[in-house]
Design a binder for this molecule. Structure first.
Ligand code: 5GP
Length: 183
């Protein structure tokens, strides 16, 4: 275990098993349909890569990159699109792949934006859910794990861009978060 890590919440084996289940479920639900997975950068990158490889039907991928406008507009959930999709999604079956749903503000804004492009269907797949912090309701069709209200990193999730490479989901030591002295 890395020295900055206080506790591992989800091991790589637990994550692998759950991602496998979700992949099977999506494969069943979208048989005979053209499926597009939309990964939200950068946090969902590793989840999307693993999910993709357990999906057993034809599937395409695209990416969006977004950033929130900062504290002043945090409660509106308005996000800035840094990178948009490469292709239109009109008439397509879209599953948005996100790392974690916290307040729900980011995803609810994003889903309104994507819905306006008239996909045939639009669902959310999120690895982690922190229901305790929810401000707006979002319907998560495919959910990996519900977790308590703690700041987690690893498996794609970062703290100041670090720790994305850790193969498990974990909580950092207090002194790392406070000191900003991450390795
Ligand atoms: P929401 O709009 O749902 O509050 O924000 C979701 C975004 O906040 C996630 O995509 C993620 O970037 C960030 N976030 C929320 N909770 C955590 C967490 O525990 N760890 C990390 N690394 N990011 C989080």
């Amino acid at each position: 275990m890395m020295r900055d890590v206080a506790e591992i919440l989800l091991t790589r084996e637990e994550i692998r098993a759950r991602v496998q289940d979700i992949g099977y479920q999506i494969s069943r639900d979208f048989q005979e349909k053209d499926l597009l997975l939309v990964g939200i950068l950068k946090g969902s990158m590793i989840f999307l890569a693993d999910l993709l490889r357990v999906i057993q039907i034809p599937v395409l991928i695209d990416f969006m990159s977004i950033s929130s406008y900062g504290a002043a507009t945090a409660s509106s959930g308005v996000v800035r699109i840094l990178k948009d999709l490469e292709e239109p999604i009109e008439g397509r079956n879209v599953v948005v792949v996100e790392d974690i749903v916290d307040t729900g503000l980011t995803l609810s804004y994003l889903m309104r934006n994507l819905q306006s492009r008239q996909p045939k269907s639009l669902r959310i797949c999120a690895l982690l859910d922190k229901p305790a912090r929810r401000i707006v309701d979002v319907d998560i069709a495919y959910k990996g794990f519900s977790i308590e209200d703690r700041f987690v990193v690893g498996y794609g999730l970062d703290f100041a861009e670090h720790y994305r490479h850790l193969p498990y989901i974990c909580v950092l030591k207090d002194e790392v978060i406070k000191g900003g002295n991450h390795s």
